[in-house]
Design a protein around this ligand. Sequence first.
Ligand SMILES: CC(C)(COP(=O)(O)OP(=O)(O)OC[C@H]1O[C@@H](n2cnc3c(N)ncnc32)[C@H](O)[C@@H]1OP(=O)(O)O)[C@@H](O)C(=O)NCCC(=O)NCCS
Length: 398
Amino acid sequence: MDIEILNEDRLRYWCRRANIAEEAVNELAEIAGQVKGDTTLYSIFAAFHEATALRGEWHRQWSPLPYDPTVQSVFDERTSLFYVLAYLAALPYTEKEYLRRGIEAQVFDETMSDFGLWMFYIYERTGKWGFDRFMWVWRHLTGELFRLGRLQYVLQDFEFGVTAFRNKSTRRVLLLADPQVKLRPDGYALGAGRLQRDDDQPLEDAPGAAEAWQPAFSETVDGWHGNPIAPYGYALKTPVFLPRAEWECLLRSGDPVLDIHIPRYAPFTAEACRDSLRRAYDFFTVQYPQRLFKATFCHTWFFTAQLQQILPAQSNIVHFQREFYLFPHPGGPGYLWGFAFSETEFDPASAPRDTSLRRGVLDWLAAGKELFDLPGLLFHSPEEWGTQPYMSTWDQEK
Ligand SMILES: CC(C)(COP(=O)(O)OP(=O)(O)OC[C@H]1O[C@@H](n2cnc3c(N)ncnc32)[C@H](O)[C@@H]1OP(=O)(O)O)[C@@H](O)C(=O)NCCC(=O)NCCS
């Protein structure tokens, strides 16, 4: 079988399109040469390529890609380059799929630039070219994730149990709480802020468990009963009734949403986000007319609720968070820790203090305060991006 990426000209062409730095491409070309010159390596490479690009058997779990011991014994610390080369071998197939679906070449290049960005990230941290996001980039190669300007998007079903409504006359959006998620006395999810997230650990041990409460939700022919959520991400104990004559349901569990992801290495301005959302709304409406998204969703460490107190009001991260309607979730500090300190081990004592975010977070933790991430929803149009409608309205009404 002829594998296009093993031809050096084609390798250089596809790597340009995936935004991979020249030095890294040279290393990939060396690996390709070794694969072509060794029958054992070639048969492992070809079998892997067939399983992934041709049969769609991608490594989809959020865990490291299992490596073949023979490949590891040959390439040692460069083993990830063998596998990223095998992933890049799928690009010609992905491009064909883009052409079939009428998607512009620019979207292909923007989307695949994530390969180059993640390779550079490894280089920045280790001084060596490598790749570790195999559990992430299959979405790019299968045409499920698209980068459109500043942001990346995946169309997916909304998996949470909150339900969203809009008042027909005032246009105000209100979320009602998930009746399955137990809440602390302050209305945040029971378990939020725990240092170690352990799904097997009973929530009975979490702080506030003794006074925890369960929100209610019910639907009748006349409307919906439930516990309202403040856009800052906590639920209120006093239930409300939303009459059908006055409120419409915007989103419920299982509805399609546009899930946003934020790649690194580009300015994170309001204009860049607005332009990206504009493009995404057009793109997904044209590409998925049978599955129109009902809201935009994001779950990121940027939605660590306490960042609004830690960072200055003009911070891009705070602006981004304030555009969304947050809701209760038993998050913790680990999400922020992984992205803001590039570390998975939780060690405030040795963490760097070189940015205002890092200093602010470390001082916050030293003061014994908690941190937890929340998911959020967005219902306003790209044109209204920047108005922070949910939190601003809530602040005005208080
Ligand atoms: C998106 C991104 C460019 C935003 O950065 P930004 O525009 O500087 O954001 P803000 O204006 O809110 O920054 C406020 C402060 O936090 C710092 N900061 C922002 N992101 C940081 C990060 N990931 N690590 C450490 N510090 C960070 C900034 O440097 C700034 O501190 P300073 O004033 O001392 O320079 C940046 O966070 C990033 O590249 N992140 C990586 C991608 C990511 O995390 N995606 C989300 C995955 S869920």
